[in-house]
Ligand binder design. Structure first.
Ligand SMILES: [Zn+2]
Length: 439
């Protein structure tokens, strides 16, 4: 990469940005702590993946008169966990959108973003829903809820979590989450669809000069959303399209198939153990639904069978507004399949690898849970940006190959030693491991 991005530069940006966060306290409240310090403190816990980071830094401040929350994150005075809760609970999560955008701009200017472009220079953005809080007891004003058959109420928070993905890349670039808001009398799917529309309204401008292909499951292949993406935002989509939810489209397909109107091709692939037959079929410009105003879409299908036994190994079909041809049906199907990878990698990393630390701070009454989730995703994006743009970080992560080792080392080092900057911390680790950065 042509340019590097130091964590010190990121922290400087976040400090400047968060010093402008609104402060909702009355003048007579205890205003010893700043809202920015609460945001930086919460973010530091997510970035370090260490629930005890702040406690250690408070100790360090008492013993040495300085601490890493100040030097690495710019926290002027570390608030108590209780203060962090109170200060951040009234802040709406849209205050952090600009920080995601700033990070993406840095990635763009360095050339790292362009590396994510896929076929025909399009960026792939899957829409995936994620539940990040679930409890029978703990809830707030912004919780969704459902009752199970025993009459027990379950409270939860869920969000659309779009990311920029690239097939075969280990990294995903997080975009701001859009929270799925409960609407009385609406089905869960409706609420998820509404969240996707809000996300597009809030963030489409970021991609105005670029090509984006949105990916999603069958829940998204409906006329209002496809029309919105195709006509209002002039972008692309590849959405899973199932027969049950698209009877008219599949009637058209059946009659076209009978008349020999479907195009297609077959490829043979060797998977290391046996041959596979990849059969593609497609047709352009068929109605997505019944009615004269139906949007015309292009349909494609991939069926993979075992070469010897004929057993079906995979099948899926999509609708898209990319024109499908013999030469691009394979890359389009590959894009359509990409989203499953995202569920596996992005969401599972968040769920299982230490990013879900809500229990350390509690749930809040209003926006706290959503603010923590946003800061958590921002911390995840920070690590990815470091991986892509910081040689020292990449070398350390590759050397301390087991994920936990890297974070355990960070945790231990910052407990005992105060580092003046991230560059100093990384330099210390590189020296200790006798690693040298290539020029
Ligand atoms: Zn809640």
């Amino acid at each position: 990469m042509s340019k590097s991005l130091s964590p010190d530069k990121i922290m400087q940006h976040l400090q400047e940005s968060w010093r402008k966060l609104p402060d909702y306290r009355q003048a007579n409240n205890n205003t010893k702590y700043e809202v920015a310090d609460a945001a930086l403190s919460a973010y530091s816990v997510f970035l370090m993946q260490s629930p005890s980071f702040l406690a250690h830094q408070r100790d360090m401040q008492q013993r040495k008169g300085k601490d890493n929350a100040a030097t690495l994150f710019g926290v002027r005075k570390i608030p108590s966990d209780n203060q962090i809760r109170n200060l951040l609970d009234p802040v709406t999560p849209d205050h952090f959108w600009a920080d995601f955008r700033w990070m993406h701009q840095e990635l763009e200017q360095s050339g790292a973003l362009a590396a994510f472009q896929d076929y025909k220079s399009t960026y792939l953005i899957p829409f995936d829903g994620v539940v990040f809080h679930s409890s029978e007891k703990i809830h707030c004003d912004n919780c969704s809820h459902r009752q199970d058959c025993n009459g027990t109420t379950h409270y939860y928070h869920s969000a659309i979590l779009p990311v920029i993905v690239k097939p075969d890349s280990a990294h995903v670039l997080s975009l701001p989450p859009e929270f799925i808001v409960p609407q009385d009398g609406h089905e869960k799917q409706d609420c998820e669809r509404a969240a996707v529309k809000r996300w597009l309204a809030h963030h489409h401008e970021q991609f105005e000069s670029q090509s984006v292909t949105f990916l999603g499951d069958d829940l998204h292949s409906n006329q209002p959303l496809c029309e919105l993406i195709d006509q209002t935002y002039e972008q692309f989509f590849i959405f899973v399209c199932k027969p049950d939810s698209h009877p008219t489209l599949y009637q058209w397909l059946a009659s076209l198939e009978g008349a020999g109107g479907l195009e297609g091709k077959q490829e043979r692939h060797w998977n290391g153990r046996h041959g596979e037959i990849w059969a593609y079929r497609f047709v352009n410009q068929i109605p997505l639904r019944a009615g004269e105003d139906a949007l015309l879409v292009n349909w494609l299908e991939l069926t993979i069978t075992h070469e010897d036994t004929g057993k079906q190994l995979y099948h899926n079909a999509w609708v898209t507004n990319h024109r499908v041809r013999l030469k691009n049906v394979a890359p389009l199907a590959k894009m359509g399949r990409t989203r499953w990878k995202v569920e596996n990698e992005n969401i599972n990393v968040l769920k299982t690898k230490g990013y879900n630390l809500e229990h350390n701070f509690g749930h809040g009454q209003r926006h706290l849970s959503n603010v923590f989730f946003s800061l958590n995703i921002l911390a995840f994006l920070t690590h990815t940006a470091q991986h892509l743009l910081n040689k020292a970080y990449t070398l350390l992560r590759d050397t301390l190959a087991v994920r936990r080792t890297f974070f355990n080392d960070l945790k231990a080092l910052t407990r005992y030693i105060v580092f003046d900057s991230w560059d100093a911390l990384f330099a210390f680790m590189l020296e200790g491991l006798e690693l040298e950065l290539s020029p």
